[in-house]
Each structure stands twice: as structure tokens, then as C-alpha cells.
Design a binder for this molecule. Structure first.
Ligand code: 5AD
Ligand code: SF4
Length: 465
């Protein structure tokens, strides 16, 4: 019996591995949906895959080093499957363009963040014996019309991408070059995706973008400042607070989170919208990057320490118990010891619940790489990072300890990492909570009495036990 080519192609298996930020994990779901429409089925087993895509991150050098090692390892799978196609997608693909394809011959396909619709065609080019690349960036692409296929899902929480790219040009950051210009997705398509998730049984969504607070949809895809819109566009324009409200109203029993906020763009309208709707979680990720105004200026963050603290105060005045987290970089170009101390005191003053903390990693092509000297020695960067982590850990422990004796509402996401006998979920303020299982199910909301606290976790028991 002969099997025709189309039938063979219809059963080809796709394995996608994601690195880096939540945006990348959301993009992988778009990638899978595009490939599935073209007959590929998803697999979680790289050894049975016909196509392996790594959706990559370029934000720090060590992310790229890890991915290179992984590519070298994956290439060995070709020995047992010579038709295996390996693709590198996302930010590292965009940054290195044809380097991995031509010079290092590590991969067959290279595709940047705006060219995923082209993936089936790129794979077909490789089938025909070539290597294939598309790293064009777009001013309009939002993949807004696609229905992402949920990968590795817990069935409870999901990401919804609301915009792409970034126009902020922080001097250390490669993202504006790898993800292109900022553009906002059609608000109605966002609401539609959220409602689909609700109908599929999801309980919580996180609206995602590099800088969600500058979301602005006015009918056209490209970003424009509000004041530059025509009167008609202005009357129809939907900003981030409007979008939050639309989503909160569309799915009143779903929890809504969002990330990431830029301190320049978060405003009272957004925070007041959070208060107005019970289902919008009291949690804001508000990266400061540094606590020193001179360093912030060199970073082109466009705010001072005082201005940042003003935003923290505004949030705490309106939502006193709001969870707030931060991103911090240690050892940025020319940072002195005193300036580093300003970051330490910022953690104590702002009282972050937790932070993502990194050593500065120079990225080729960024304004900092071009204009500033990466002159803080590696061991000083490491020591400062250790001090930052120590300070944040003490703050996290203090904040979590203050929650002992309180009752928190938790959405159960699944088993705790340490024991199948315990559930893990998050409080409204985004704190991880662990407690022994009774009769609950994944996806249930439960009230948990907090008995103990660690740096990262609240431990307690449900009230109905
Ligand atoms: N080096 C170290 N950390 C960086 N980040 C972005 N670029 C760099 C870099 N070159 C961090 C910032 C940002 C987070 C996503 O990654 O803190 O908020
Ligand atoms: Fe990078 Fe700054 Fe944009 Fe964040 S806001 S993605 S740090 S340029």
C-alpha cells in the first residue's frame, strides 16, 4: 500500500521549547497554532519530533550561551533522524540573523518574532533541500486573529498577549531591536480570546506586553501617542485602563493580572480600575532597575528615584495591600558603591514583595554597549547582586511573615513542587501559598489560614479542614 506525501506530512510532529519571558511562552502558543493549522501535531517528546523549534531569548548573554549548548546537543538527534528540522525562533534568531544558519550551521530555520506566519513555508523550503530565514520586523503584526493553542498548560492560568514590541529604548535592553516597534492588538480580539479561555475552564489570565500601560488601540495597528490621533481616533481609542475594564466586565469570575508595567506609564486611572473590579488582582510588577537617579538616567529610564517612589506611594494610597514586585540590575556601567547602596535602600523603602535580580550583561548593538563602558568588574557585579538578593530576601520574609494569622483567598494551580499531598496556588497579591489537600480540586478558589512563612511561600491550611 502506498502512502502519499501529504499523508506523511500530515502526521509530522512538532516540538517547541521556550526560553525567557512570558511573552515568549505566549508566542510559542501562537507558533503551535500556526503549525497545527498546517498539519503538524504537537509532541512533548523531542526524540519523536520531526521539527524542533527553540523559541529563544537574547536578554542576557548567559541565556544565549545556554541555547547554543542546547542546539549543539539537539543536532545530535539528526544522527538518528536525518530529516529532522531544527529551527531557532524569537529574540536570539532576530539578533543573530543568519549567523546560526550560515557561519555556525547549527540550524535549518531562523525566524524572528514577527515572521511566525511564514514558518510552514520556511519548513517547506528546508524540505526542498534549502535553509530558510525570515527576520523581518513588522509595524502591524499582532497575531490578533489567531487562537493560540495552549501548551504545557495547567488548565487554570493562561497568558494573553495584548501588544508586541517596545518603544522605550532603555539603554541596556536588546528587546526594542529583537521585538521591534510597539503595537497594540485589537481590543475586541483580546476580549474574544479571554472569553474563549473562560469557556474552556480557565480561571485566571495575565495580559502580557513589554510595557502594558502604554497599550493604545484606536483601530489602526501602529503605535501613536494619544495627542497625535485624529479626533475620530481619539473618541474610539482604548487605553490600558479601558481594556482592563472591558476584560473585567467580560469575565467577572475570572482573575485578571497584567505584566509588565513601566513606571513612567502606570497611572491613577489604571490603579483605580483595579480597585473598581474585584476580579482584577491587587498586584503590580513595576521594574525600577536601579535606586539611583544618575544610573536611571544612564539607563534612559526617564524617571528619577523620587518619581518612582511617588508611583509606589500613589499605588499604596489607593490599594494599601497591593503586591508589588520589581526587576533590578546590579553593576550597570559606571555604577559606584554609593549608587549601589541606593538600590539597597530602595528595596527597603519601596518594600517589594519580591524581585527578579540580575547582573548587568552588555548586549551588542544597544545604546549602552555603544556609548557607555561596561566597567564594573564581574566580581563586583556578583557581590552587589548577592547584597541585593540578601536585602530582598529579608524584605520578602518580613512581608510574608506579616501575613501569618491572616486568611488569603487562593486559586489552586496544581500540586506543590515538594509534595503531591499539598496544593499550590497564589493569593490575590501573587504570593505562592501551599497547603495540605482535602477535598478541593485544581482550579478551585479556597480560603487559606496562613500559619507559617518563608522567603517565597506562605504555608497554611484551608478553613474548611
Ligand atoms: N542585563 C541584565 N539584565 C537585563 N534586563 C534587560 N536587559 C538586561 C541586560 N542587558 C532585565 C531588566 C528587565 C528584565 C526583563 O531583564 O531588569 O526588566
Ligand atoms: Fe527593555 Fe525597557 Fe522595553 Fe523593558 S521597557 S523591554 S527593559 S526597553
Amino acid at each position: 500500500m502506498s502512502i502519499n506525501n501529504a499523508e506523511i506530512k500530515n502526521t509530522r510532529k512538532l516540538y517547541v521549547e521556550s526560553y525567557g519571558c512570558a511573552m515568549n511562552f505566549a508566542d510559542s502558543e501562537i507558533i503551535a497554532s500556526i503549525m497545527n493549522e498546517h498539519g503538524f501535531v504537537n509532541t512533548n517528546d523531542e526524540l519523536e519530533a520531526d521539527v524542533i523549534f527553540l523559541n529563544t531569548c537574547a536578554i542576557r548573554d548567559n541565556a544565549e550561551t545556554r541555547i547554543r549548548e542546547r542546539l549543539k546537543h539537539l543536532r545530535m538527534n539528526k544522527k538518528s533522524n536525518k530529516d529532522l528540522i531544527i529551527g531557532v525562533l524569537g529574540c536570539m534568531a532576530e539578533r543573530l540573523k543568519d549567523k546560526l544558519l550560515e557561519e555556525e550551521k547549527l540550524v535549518d530555520v531562523v525566524a524572528g518574532p514577527d515572521s511566525y506566519r511564514d514558518l510552514p513555508k520556511l519548513v517547506a523550503e528546508v524540505d526542498d533541500g534549502g535553509r530558510a530565514i525570515n527576520v523581518l520586523l513588522s509595524r502591524e503584526e499582532t497575531y490578533g486573529d489567531l487562537n493560540p493553542v495552549r501548551l504545557n498548560t495547567n488548565g487554570v492560568t493562561a497568558f494573553v498577549s495584548i501588544m508586541r514590541g517596545c518603544d522605550n529604548m532603555c539603554s541596556f535592553c536588546v528587546v526594542p531591536y529583537t521585538r521591534g516597534r510597539e503595537r497594540s492588538r485589537d481590543a475586541q480580539s483580546i476580549v474574544k480570546e479571554v472569553v474563549t479561555l473562560f469557556n474552556d475552564g480557565y480561571k485566571e489570565i495575565t495580559l502580557l506586553g513589554q510595557n502594558v500601560n502604554s497599550y493604545l488601540y484606536f483601530g489602526g495597528g501602529q503605535k501613536k501617542e494619544f495627542k497625535k490621533l485624529t479626533t475620530e481616533e481619539q473618541s474610539e481609542a482604548i487605553d490600558f485602563a479601558d481594556l482592563l475594564e472591558m476584560v473585567a466586565l467580560a469575565v467577572p469570575t475570572m482573575r485578571i493580572r497584567y505584566s509588565t508595567s513601566h513606571p513612567r506609564d502606570i497611572n491613577e486611572k489604571v490603579v483605580r480600575t483595579m480597585v473598581k473590579y474585584n476580579n482584577i488582582c491587587n498586584y503590580i510588577h513595576l521594574p525600577a532597575q536601579s535606586g539611583n537617579s544618575r544610573v536611571l538616567d544612564l539607563m534612559s529610564r526617564n524617571y528619577t528615584r523620587e518619581w518612582y517612589m511617588g508611583k509606589i506611594q500613589m499605588i499604596r494610597e489607593i490599594i494599601p495591600n497591593c503586591g508589588i514586585s520589581c526587576d533590578i540590575i546590579s553593576g550597570f556601567c559606571t555604577e559606584t558603591e554609593e549608587e549601589h547602596q541606593d538600590t539597597i535602600t530602595l528595596i527597603n523603602e519601596a518594600k517589594f514583595d519580591f524581585s527578579y535580580m540580575y547582573k548587568y550583561s552588555e548586549r551588542p548593538g544597544t545604546p549602552a554597549a555603544k556609548k557607555l563602558s561596561d566597567d564594573v568588574p564581574e566580581e563586583v557585579k556578583s557581590r552587589r547582586l548577592t547584597e541585593i538578593i540578601k536585602t530582598q530576601n529579608a524584605m520578602s520574609l518580613a512581608k510574608n511573615s506579616a501575613r501569618i494569622g491572616s486568611i488569603v483567598e487562593v486559586l489552586i494551580e496544581g500540586n506543590s513542587r515538594k509534595s503531591e499531598n499539598d496544593w499550590m496556588g497564589r493569593s490575590d497579591e501573587n504570593v505562592v501559598v501551599v497547603f495540605p489537600k482535602a477535598n478541593e480540586q485544581k482550579g478551585d478558589y479556597v480560603k487559606v489560614f496562613v500559619e507559617r512563612a518563608t522567603v517565597t511561600t506562605l504555608i497554611g491550611k484551608t478553613l474548611n479542614q
